[in-house]
Design a protein around this ligand. Structure first.
Ligand code: FNR
Length: 215
């Protein structure tokens, strides 16, 4: 199951800034945090995240932010002003990014706990959410045929509450993930590569549009 394509991909708007070179201009890159909802060594979601990063437009600079070592969220630790350093570092790090790309499996028709925990950690203390206003997109990945639809839409539900503008189209429900990657972990065929390229073009435009709105 692939995403539903609503029409032609939007043009990717880029903006330019002066470089340190005299009179030179270079393309400004938007910084995107990539969160992967699986800790599995051979994770299909992580392979897909890497494919998305590889095929992204040059207007985006993408980086995977690891979430596996974040202690489970406990509000007492925030309320007593004693949050674990891993939470604080994660929150501060996230704040430096312009947008977020979630790439996740589906667990029991919902978001895996490790990703939900990261979302909860980043959303607190109250009023200081690291997610607020950041444009985002969701790619769900599954060896099954439904492509992680449940996880994808539960994540979108959280994004509404977190005030993260979520890209609507193209949707990405990546099914039959076992057949997608070669032995090097790269996308093996043209059709998924084309979809991923289009998805990342649309995401770059989505990020640019939403950031321009804030400026
Ligand atoms: C799964 N899996 C799964 N798959 C799916 O399409 N829908 C689901 O609801 C579930 N539920 C589920 C629960 C739990 C606890 C596990 C461990 C697995 C299967 C899952 O898609 C498969 O293990 C993927 O390979 C996990 O993604 P990564 O690790 O390959 O990215």
């Amino acid at each position: 199951m692939w995403g539903v394509d609503s029409g032609p991909v939007m043009m990717v708007a880029v903006h330019f800034c002066k470089t340190s070179h005299e009179g030179g201009y270079s393309m400004a890159q938007e910084k995107i945090a990539v969160l992967v909802g699986s800790l599995r060594k051979e994770s299909f979601s992580r392979k897909m995240a890497k494919a998305l990063m590889k095929l992204a437009t040059s207007s985006l600079s993408l980086e995977i932010i690891e979430i596996g070592e974040l202690p489970l969220y406990n509000q007492d630790l925030d309320d007593t002003g004693n949050p674990p350093s891993a939470w604080t570092e994660f929150r501060e790090r996230l704040k430096k990014f312009d947008g977020v790309l979630f790439v996740t499996p589906e667990y029991n028709r919902s978001v895996p706990g490790v990703l939900k925990n990261a979302i909860d950690v980043g959303s607190r203390p109250y009023g200081k959410s690291a997610w607020a206003g950041k444009p985002g997109a969701v790619v769900s990945v599954s060896p099954g045929a439904i492509g992680g639809f449940g996880a994808n839409h539960h994540l979108r539900q959280s994004m509404v509450f977190l005030d993260m503008p979520a890209m609507q189209q193209p949707e990405a429900y990546i099914g039959n993930a076992k057949d997608l990657f070669n032995e090097r972990g790269d996308l093996a065929n043209d059709s998924p590569r084309e979809f991923v390229t289009k998805f990342m073009q649309a995401f770059a435009a989505w990020v640019e549009t939403n950031i321009a709105r804030k400026r």
